[in-house]
Design a binder for this molecule. Structure first.
Ligand code: ATP
Length: 135
């Protein structure tokens, strides 16, 4: 089976590196499925899961947006934060979700605060979904 090398990199360092059969991601323009030999591409990513198919199994990584760079033999995901499903602290994500929802209810202040809370909520919901692999 042909494979493609995947690296997921954050400001804290690499989170994942492996050779996989297929990479599925959610770009801002829609779902992308990448097989070995894909044409070169750069795309902004949504707060979403990166799904990696390897040896008939699927691994999930939560990413908080960022960029995807595709070359025929290599996929690089550059994200502000990224966590493999097994590294997600569910309690922490639940607390972050609560906090964000509270901020959205309380937002008498500026629009930016609401937007920031909305993004924090999306990150928390994405982490919870990835940890449960409900995708
Ligand atoms: P929190 O409010 O809980 O910090 P956040 O969405 O603001 O959540 P980020 O700024 O996206 O957090 O991430 C900060 C760092 O913490 C990153 O290294 C990220 O991987 C890690 N991180 C955040 N939430 C979790 C979680 N639930 N489980 C594991 N790591 C997490």
């Amino acid at each position: 089976m042909k494979t493609i090398k995947v690296s997921v990199v954050t400001p804290d360092g690499p989170v994942y590196e492996s050779d996989v059969e297929m990479v599925s991601t959610k770009a801002k323009s829609g779902e992308l499925g990448i097989l070995p030999g894909h044409i070169p591409l750069v795309a902004p990513l949504a707060i979403s899961a990166v799904r990696l198919k390897k040896d008939g199994k699927t691994e999930y990584i939560a990413v908080s947006g960022g960029f995807l760079e595709v070359r025929p033999d290599q996929v690089t995901v550059l994200a502000q934060s990224a966590e493999a499903a097994t590294d997600i602290d569910v309690e922490r994500a639940l607390r972050a979700k609560e906090r964000a929802e509270q901020r959205m209810r309380d937002h008498h202040a500026e629009h930016m605060d609401f937007r920031r809370a909305e993004l924090a909520l999306q990150r928390a919901i994405n982490r919870l979904a990835v940890s449960e692999k409900k995708l």
